[in-house]
Design a protein. Structure first.
Length: 130
């Protein structure tokens, strides 16, 4: 079976997780409880994925900058990269409506704003609204 590793990037509330699950592949998302929000543990799993022949998965990262997306794509040996660039106001509405207790709401909203402040679009990368 051919390798199919999709990197999905975007701000909080963009719809990355919803889109990832629609692809019917295993999803790697640091927000999932199995990773306990431990970046080192999650990164080790991504390194293994990057070296696995025939790997099939979706990896969710924020990836606001070109260099962040390039590093993540290289780490997992991505076959596809997608950026979900949902309007910031809609992202904030979604962040508020999902009512996650952690981190505090103001931090979650700041993460949306920060992502858009840093965002660098790419030519040749699939970009979509979700």
């Amino acid at each position: 079976m051919p390798r199919n590793v999709v990197l999905i990037c975007g701000p909080p509330g963009a719809g990355k997780t919803t889109h990832a699950h629609s692809l019917d592949l295993p999803v790697y998302d640091i927000d999932d409880p199995q990773w306990n929000n431990n970046e080192r543990y999650f990164r080790t799993a991504l390194q293994r994925l990057g070296h696995a022949p025939g790997a099939r998965a979706v990896v969710i990262r924020s990836g606001a900058t070109r260099s962040a997306r390039a590093k993540a794509a290289e780490l997992i040996d991505a076959t596809h990269v997608q950026v979900i660039d949902t309007d910031p106001k809609l992202c904030i509405e979604r962040v508020i409506s999902r009512a996650r207790p952690r981190p505090p709401l103001h931090v979650q909203i700041a993460a949306v704003t920060s992502w858009w402040d840093k965002y660098e679009p790419d030519i040749g990368i699939t970009s979509r609204r979700w």
